[in-house]
Design a protein around this ligand. Structure first.
Ligand code: SF4
Length: 290
């Protein structure tokens, strides 16, 4: 297997075989994101990807159970090419349970329902999608490349094709100024298309990104630990589901996991308990800045 640059994957793909299908991100404009800033986007050739799959088969044997195809927005690849790769992986690994890619609403728009169904039939089980916020003003400020109504439309389309959807919400990405709107609007949008998984990560400014500059210059106010917990509480209060809520990221101030709506009371209670802990006992809110 050959890898270029830093390879990122969702926490839930920690056990998966990683085979790069794209290098970098075709959008590469989100103001908070530093993952592929210096990388020129390109799609790898199908023959190179197949060679890497074959190398993995030679190395690990046939018992691979899940594959994630980085980098950013691999869903952008031509459907025929993706289908060819997915089919090839199924031939090599007969016990495969799951193949997944990243795909934001901006690129999901490029796929018809019929194409998504073809991908599902070829083995694409789940799409990891960075929604970050449901508040249109926040989405505009962070330059996410889609609106909340586009997110709902694309989410419903993916689910209609039978592909699981894992959505990522960035706690604190609206700053102090938009914390209420960010929480309430994110809940509204998630309730409208009910992804299978909602995963929470807490925003920290990354050096080298436009949002880090805004933060340094005082144009963006980072939430304190208690403010981040209150924002999470407001979000959860407004979630109706049904979906799984997870916070499988080390930057979060509370480890909230459960099914919405069944586990909502316990999750809200846990958040209240975390709010009783003095703020200075949490990590500094911006300690993750690099
Ligand atoms: S779409 Fe994803 S990978 Fe691309 S710039 Fe935005 S957050 Fe980063």
């Amino acid at each position: 297997m050959r890898y270029e640059g830093t390879v990122y994957r969702p926490p839930s793909e920690a056990e998966s075989l990683l085979i790069q299908a794209t290098i970098g991100c075709p959008h590469n404009k989100c103001t908070f994101c530093g993952m592929y800033r210096e990388t020129k986007f390109r799609i790898r050739s199908v023959s190179d990807i197949k060679e890497d799959l074959q190398a993995a088969r030679n190395y690990y044997g046939e018992n691979v159970q899940s594959i994630f195809f980085p980098d950013g927005n691999t869903i952008l690849m031509k459907t025929d090419q993706l289908v060819e790769i997915l089919n090839y992986a199924q031939e090599l690994f007969p016990f495969l349970k799951r193949m997944t890619v990243y795909g934001s609403a901006k690129y999901l728009k490029l796929k018809s329902s019929a194409e998504l169904r073809r991908l599902k039939e070829a083995g694409l089980a789940r799409i990891h999608s960075g929604m970050e916020s449901g508040d249109d003003e926040v989405l505009r400020r962070i330059n996410k490349g889609f609106t909340s109504s586009e997110m709902i439309e694309q989410g419903l389309k993916v689910k209609g094709a039978g592909i699981e959807l894992s959505e990522y919400i960035l706690i604190g990405i609206g700053g102090r100024e938009r914390t209420q709107e960010h929480a309430i609007e994110s809940a509204r949008v998630l309730n409208a298309f009910t992804p299978d998984f909602v995963r929470l990560r807490t925003f920290v400014p990354l050096r080298g990104t436009p949002l880090y500059e805004d933060y340094q210059q005082g144009h963006f106010q980072l939430l304190s630990p208690h403010e981040a917990l209150k924002e999470t509480h407001l979000l959860v209060e407004n979630l109706e589901g049904p979906f799984e809520l997870l916070s499988d990221h080390y930057l979060n101030f509370a480890w909230v996991n459960g099914t919405i709506p069944e586990d909502k009371p316990q999750i809200l209670e846990l958040l209240k308990q975390r709010l009783c802990i003095p703020e200075d006992q949490f990590r500094q809110a911006d300690s993750g800045s690099l």
